[in-house]
Design a binder for this molecule. Structure first.
Ligand code: TPP
Ligand code: SF4
Length: 337
């Protein structure tokens, strides 16, 4: 494995030119993954329809991808992208892996290939859950990245199975009769472990060094490695440009999407998110940074952060209870072998 600084100066394959919102975590994740994959091995991405895909791969405006002047037959530098339908990125990655392995077995391919599937949480956890789980179940040697912005962003910010409780989305709007999303998210980390994954992580580039090391382990995994990337969405979560990394860090520390890395046979760990609630940042600080939770908290008029809105005390208590159960769930998952 290379050092953090060395990898951070690698050339990413995700270049300027996309129409993603400036500061979008999907772009930051691709930048980071692009640097880790500049490791001398040919990379093949399969990408399902998502903000990341429509903003960079819509024909004829295919922009933002490339690595120097490397031609396609330079296996150590170049990469390929297969765009596929919304829900099938893991299945297509599996097909690519199979073809590469057959070609290698027949002596037609001498250079190694690393295969990465990338999709949003709508693509991977709603319509594409079957594709994801069966690719994992078949122990396919691919890395799966799921960009979890908790909504179907590019089609209008609809709720997904990964949406945080009480978040206002276009299909779970807050209002007189509703406090936003009523349901806790699907336990997708546990599902990936139960389906047979070799490595499962919940981690964003806000955890720079850990994200890089985990991606390197994922690429080296002999079976399916799944990295769920919490991806604060500027437009859907409604926050100011430039706050993406801060919100990603805060959300992880206060228990909404704690950093978690697990390997089969070794178990796992929750990072930088204590089990005891009083040792974590208060949830109001996280809720207040995004207008999707505007119905729960407001700015303290005295200038001391955020305070719970009158009438929302019970909802925020429920939110606190949910973060506690979320953190305990991950500590329990870490014990699995
Ligand atoms: C079978 C099918 N249904 C619906 C769509 C329309 N569609 C394209 S992308 C998308 C939502 C993508 O959401 P997500 O995977 O979470 O990615 P994000 O846009 O949030 O990055 C939808 C509904 C489609 N392309 N194909
Ligand atoms: S809508 Fe959200 S996920 Fe889509 S490009 Fe903008 S910030 Fe990124």
């Amino acid at each position: 494995m290379s050092g953090y600084k060395e990898t951070a100066t690698h050339e990413s394959c995700f270049r300027p030119g996309s129409t993603l919102c400036a500061g979008c975590m999907e772009a930051i994740a691709f930048q980071s993954v692009g640097r880790v994959t500049d490791n001398g091995v040919k990379t093949i991405f399969t990408i399902g329809t998502s903000c990341a895909e429509v903003s960079s791969l819509a024909f004829p405006n295919v922009v933002a991808w490339g690595r120097g002047e490397a031609p396609p037959d330079d296996f150590s530098r170049s990469f390929a992208i297969l765009h596929n339908v919304f829900e099938s990125a893991p299945t297509l990655a599996e097909a690519v892996r199979d073809v590469a392995d057959v070609l290698t077995d027949h002596g037609a391919l001498s250079a190694p290939i690393q295969v990465i599937s990338a999709s949003g949480d709508g693509g991977a956890l709603a319509i594409g859950l079957r594709s994801l789980l069966h690719t994992i179940h078949r122990r396919t040697r691919v890395t799966v990245i799921v960009l979890v912005n908790e909504i179907f962003a590019n089609t209008g910010f609809q709720y997904s199975p990964a949406t945080t409780p009480f978040a206002s989305t276009s299909t779970t709007p807050s209002g007189a009769a509703s406090s936003g999303n009523p349901a806790p998210p699907l336990d997708y980390l546990h599902l990936a472990i139960a389906a047979g994954a070799g490595l499962v992580a919940q981690l964003s580039p806000a955890h720079g060094k850990l994200f890089q090391k985990t991606m390197e382990k994922a690429l080296a995994c002999e079976t399916t490695a799944v990295v769920f990337v919490p991806s604060p969405c500027i437009t859907g979560w409604k926050f100011e440009d430039g706050e993406t990394m801060q919100i990603a860090t805060l959300g992880a520390r206060c228990g909404v999407f704690p950093a978690f890395v697990w390997e089969r046979g070794k178990g796992g760990a929750v990072k930088d998110c204590p089990r005891e609630a009083h040792e974590r940042p208060p949830v109001e600080g996280f809720l207040g940074t995004q207008r999707r939770f505007n119905h729960l908290v407001r700015r303290d008029p005295a200038g001391n952060g955020y305070q719970v809105r009158d009438g929302s005390e019970a909802d925020v208590d429920q939110f606190r209870a949910w973060t506690q159960s979320n953190v305990e769930r991950l500590y329990a998952l870490a014990e699995l072998r």
